[in-house]
Write a protein that binds this ligand. Structure first.
Ligand code: C2E
Ligand code: CA
Ligand code: CA
Length: 619
């Protein structure tokens, strides 16, 4: 861009007048005056040009040095200047694009409505910011973050557009990785449990007349011993090979890994040869495996069922597969068993547990809430806690929530169980307040069933009113799968209402599902809880570290706070602090504990620095 002489300076006009006046002014002295005036005007003009040139050079230098790609267009959006960073990003030199319309560079991924909104924002606010796909000179398309600013002249007419681009393909790829990680078993590359549910539902939906589904749940006998004697890495290799062999055998079907040594297979079929198919699977997997020079012949236990005969939704079918497998195992393993309704009733140990849970809910007294502190990383202060449910079974002792919560969910007990948690947490908060303890927010876990079957909003409202506790003190943790579950309709307005009531909302186990940035952006959330699976291998596992970095960037972009779970070492804490994580929770600070222990810790932390008191709590 060339420097221009600005004609709105009075000296220029005076100089021009003086030039013509030299010819007709009557006296020499007046002419001399006009000459002087002209000289001053010329000098001012020259100075102005120099100044403009210096400004232009400075702008050019800034453009050249900027790490961000910059493009300047005129009001008609025709390209006038680009900087070297732009050339590096797009492959285009200035000479190749000068004068072209900037829209020529966009990839053909956006519809006319998109550009309409773009222009509307630019005209009304003078600014636009968002994601846009661009095409490189080599034809490749890439996503970028674009910021456009309109530069107007003195009268407010748009003169130029300045566009700044940031390449976000890396971030996008990480998002995609995150999505994939949430649905794929990293060891075998096969679909994981979450994905298997999706695939099964989809197959069920597309089942045509005369078609059935054969399903099998496969378990390797004595895998733990194999792991112990050969070592974990050989065990992993065996699992990977096992998965590969299985996938090769059931072409056209679906093979996935549920976790540990459990695999699942399903196929759509028009034949009724379920038993033959299962025997075939067993025989194929019973062929020896070569691992580290030794030959391994595996015992295989299979639980199986068929749809639609044994059930027509994925939840029921999974449950029936489990119960068939459990029965087969209890008969000594190395055997195939097809689901029979009788297995579900008499054989399932879950049924007894379920009855006991009903009893526990009716009686009260066996259920407890434990609390795990959450610490702010900037100063280690305890800033909140997560409430975790505990069931003290009269005969079996403490039963893990991981065991009884899924059971409660499947059998309609989750709504009353969830209500108990809400009332208990509020009672506790009211109790702490009455004892003059400084209140800290308590975060409770909310199950999908509470949203779909129970009346969460009403329970919260009655509880708050009864205990006179403000909603601000009770945060709600919902997992990604709950947020993505559309059984209860659109979740966003429900979250919006809960938030209007004053509850804060956290997305739990983040990273294990497959929420996309776009989806999260739509939801009213306050916090993101990074799943402990990612924290576990920090800081040495580079893949996990990269995911943590990506999550932090994502959270920052969305304005969410991040709490990392499962922090067990000082190294993990330091890494998380360094990447800007806000809060942490984990055994490094304290295990979940009953309310009275937490109170003691609280009192201690008032009299001692927190760092040492929390370490004592771990010990
Ligand atoms: P979650 O919400 O992810 O809870 C965190 C789990 O991680 C807890 O297991 C906690 O004890 C454990 N944990 C905390 N710090 C560490 C650590 O440093 N290392 C390791 N390895 N683990 C750590 P817990 O209490 O067994 O709960 C398991 C799951 O059960 C919870 O996972 C949550 O999904 C569910 N749950 C627990 N209480 C409730 C409840 O009241 N309602 C609902 N709906 N679900 C609950
Ligand atoms: Ca949680
Ligand atoms: Ca969690």
């Amino acid at each position: 861009m060339w420097p221009r002489l600005s004609f709105n300076r009075p000296l220029i006009w005076l100089g021009l007048c003086a030039m013509s006046a030299i010819l007709w002014l009557p006296s020499v002295s007046l002419r001399l005056g006009a000459v002087v005036l002209m000289a001053v005007a010329l000098w001012d003009g020259w100075r102005q040009i120099k100044l403009e040139q210096r400004r232009a050079r400075l702008t050019e230098q800034v453009m050249r040095q900027s790490g961000e790609a910059v493009m300047i267009t005129d009001a008609q959006h025709q390209i006038q200047a680009v900087n070297p960073a732009f050339t590096e990003l797009s492959g285009y030199e200035l000479t190749e694009v000068q004068g072209l319309s900037a829209s020529n560079l966009a990839a053909a991924r956006h519809d006319s409505a998109f550009f309409e909104r773009f222009w509307q924002a630019l005209t009304s606010t003078g600014h636009w910011e968002g994601e846009l796909w661009q095409r490189r000179k080599d034809g490749n398309e890439y996503p970028m973050w674009l910021e456009v600013q309109v530069i107007s002249d003195a009268r407010g007419h748009p003169e130029h557009h300045i566009a700044t681009f940031t390449d976000i393909s890396l971030r996008k790829a990480r998002e995609q990785d995150l999505r994939r990680i949430g649905r794929e078993d990293p060891l075998t590359g096969l679909p994981n449990r979450f994905r298997l549910h999706e695939l099964l539902s989809s197959r069920l939906r597309h089942l045509r007349a005369g078609e059935s589904l054969d399903l099998a749940l496969i378990d390797i006998d004595g895998f733990r011993e194999i792991n112990e004697s050969l070592g974990v890495s050989a065990g992993d290799r065996l699992l990977a090979r096992f998965g590969k062999r299985l996938a090769g055998h059931v072409a056209g079907g679906v093979v996935g890994r549920l976790g540990g040594d459990e695999f699942m297979v399903l196929r759509t079929t028009t034949y009724d040869d379920h038993e033959g198919w299962i025997e075939g699977l067993k025989a194929h997997l019973g062929e020896p495996f070569q691992i580290d020079g030794s030959t391994l012949r595996l015992g295989i236990t299979i639980g199986s069922c068929r749809a639609p005969e044994d059930g027509d939704n994925d939840g029921v079918l999974f449950q029936r597969l489990e119960s068939a497998l459990v029965s087969a195992r209890r008969r000594g393993g190395n055997l195939c068993l097809r689901f029979r309704p009788a297995l579900d009733v008499s054989d399932s140990p879950n049924l007894a547990l379920l009855n006991d849970l009903r009893e526990a809910l009716a009686q009260g007294g066996q259920l407890e809430l434990h609390y795990q502190p959450q610490h702010r990383l900037s100063d280690e202060a305890m800033v909140g806690m997560e409430a975790l449910l505990r069931w003290r079974h009269p005969r079996d002792g403490l039963v893990s929530p991981a065991e009884f919560i899924p059971l409660a969910e499947r059998h309609g007990l989750m709504a009353p169980l969830g209500d108990w948690v809400i009332h208990q947490a509020l009672t506790q908060l009211a109790h702490w307040r009455s004892r003059g303890l400084p209140l800290l927010p308590v975060w409770i876990n909310i199950s999908a069933m509470q949203l779909f079957q129970g009346d969460l909003e009403k329970t919260l409202a009655t509880g708050r009113a009864r205990h006179e506790v403000d909603s601000h003190w009770l945060g709600l943790e919902l997992t990604e799968s709950v947020l993505l579950d559309d059984r209860g309709g659109d979740i966003a307005p429900r979250l919006e209402r809960l938030r209007d009531l004053g509850h804060r909302i956290a997305i739990d186990d983040f990273g294990t599902g497959y929420s996309s940035l776009g989806y999260l952006k739509e939801l009213p959330l306050d916090k993101l809880k990074l799943d402990r699976a990612f924290v576990k291998a920090l800081p040495h596992e580079t893949a996990d570290a990269a995911i943590v970095d990506a999550v932090m960037a994502m959270a920052r972009g969305l304005g969410l706070e991040v709490v990392a779970e499962g922090v067990e070492t000082a190294e993990q804490r330091d890494y998380l602090r360094q990447v800007g994580c806000d809060e942490v929770q984990g055994y490094f600070y304290a295990r979940p504990m009953p309310a009275h222990e937490l109170e003691a810790l609280w009192r201690e932390s008032v009299s001692q620095p927190l760092e040492s008191s929390s370490r004592q709590a771990v010990a």
